[in-house]
Design a protein around this ligand. Sequence first.
Ligand code: GCV
Length: 613
Amino acid sequence: MNTAPLCHPAWLSAEALPAPASTPAANAQAEADAFFRGAQRRPSLTLDASLGEGYRIDPTPDGWSVTGGEAGLLYGVHALIRALRSKSDIPGGLQKPRYPLRMLNCWDNMDGTIERGYAGRSLWFEGGEFSYDPERIRRLGRMLASVGINVLCVNNVNVHAAARELIGSRLPELAAFADLLRPFAVRLMVSIDFSMPMQEGLPTADPLNPAVAAWWAERVKTVYEAIPDFAGFLVKADSEHRPGPNTYGRTHAEGANMLARALAPCSGVLVWRAFVYNCMQDWRDASIDRPCAAYNVYQPLDGQFDPNVILQVKYGPYDFQPEEPVSPLFFAMPRTRVALEVQLAQEYTGQQIDIFAMPPVWRPMIDDIGAERLAAVAAVSNLGRDANWTGHPFAQLNLYAFGRFAWSPDAEPERVIREWARLTYALPARQEDALVRLLMESHAVYRRYTSPLGLCWMVSPNHHYGPSPYGYEFMAWGTYNRANRYAVGIDRTAGGTGYVTQYPEALRRRYERPETCPEELLLFFHRLPYGWRMRDGRTLIQRIYDDHFLGAEETEAMRRTLEELDFPAEDRQVILERMDRQVEDAREWRDVVNTFFFRFSGEPDADGRKIYP
Ligand code: GCV
């Protein structure tokens, strides 16, 4: 049995743990009873099933009336408690989530490990089976419900052998797990392996073979008999050696639709990931440019996907790098339902050691995409069995904020961060301001001391932590900076790899000339000499040096700020320990990256700072 210690309740009130209840509406009542016990002003709850996930809160002489659908009531009670605890306005009028699916993708393996997990082992798998503390899973459900996350995909998109059993011999265990989360309005999803029928005796997994389609239809039926509100399947196909329809000469639309048709009679969705590229590239062939790949595969398929297929697209064309432009695929699929995928697990953004608060990154990303283009949102989970759920206590903010943005994509980053900070720490006003400022700036600091100006992939290939400017350079992954004696970056303009031509006109114009390209993405789109003049007159090489010196200094200032703040003792220790590692990390990045470019360019730092460590 996976007996994790019971834990810090994240942003929820620890004093007011509700009694377990069997439905979301009953949970809403239990949550309200626990929080308002002994209070003079109390909410009265009314279930109006027609409101579904929606709710409204109105003032009454004795408190508030909260009216909502089965899930809406629970969301409404959490919204009321959140507003009271964070001293913010109670939302007025009918509140409804922007997206019907607000999904958490967990890359948990059944052996208990988590791919790209930085908060300990899986909360529900161990030793090849389900193994969990039901009380902790209920707390997880409560946490997710409190910010409106309503789908949990339980297993890694890289489906290893044992996980195939989830919709086979382990279906009763999956159903028992679903029972635990249902009272929190959280439905389950499972990642499936496209070749599964072959593991169970069929000679092929060809999506156009009727026996294959029948196998999936039968399997889906069994799943829905056990879990009637099952959400659907998530699929990584023809990507990083995963099986897929290309093996049979079929398109991704043909592969996805076959599964979608099996799910449709049960109202299930098929989430198909668009993370497809050649991971066996010859690095000498400069005509292949990995960011072009997903558009090339999917754009021609627009309009061919069934209505219950959702194409899940990572926000940038590479892979969750600290700085990437928005993926052109979001604009290329007007006749396809598309979901945005972000990564809360800080694979490339400090691994929950370094601080990287994501809301300020999501705001411009969502503005670029246009919230109306999206049908759903998904996030790769940052949760694990650590007592504080996320390794670094501040990493909880990213989960919290994901829920808030998924509900309302026009959320203001600073407001969400302040809300979380207040709910979690209740610091005096000046300390709260300092924490909010630090978190708002944390992504920019991280970007300064790591890869310069949108260059990407200067990270150590082993674990994706720490600097290695040439680490990915001569590999098959398609991830190059092509730095040499004269210049750095890849020309992705129409005259280069042509990547920029995948964008609609306005974005294309923004990116295609170095003079207008946002400087933080300059080296993503352009190959430039070290002497290139930035808009403020500095040379490119000097800007690289300055950013790295500044970023490392800023981490020291962050350390000083954090020391001054009154965190609870257990959090304080973790926060300061990790901050010490971040300071070290930033120094290492500064020295390694600056030295790398100094060696190539031969240009000393204009301020005479030491570069060669
Ligand atoms: C789950 C990157 C990560 C892999 C991950 C993959 C994906 O390549 O390093 O761990 O696999 O993205 O998103 O499928």
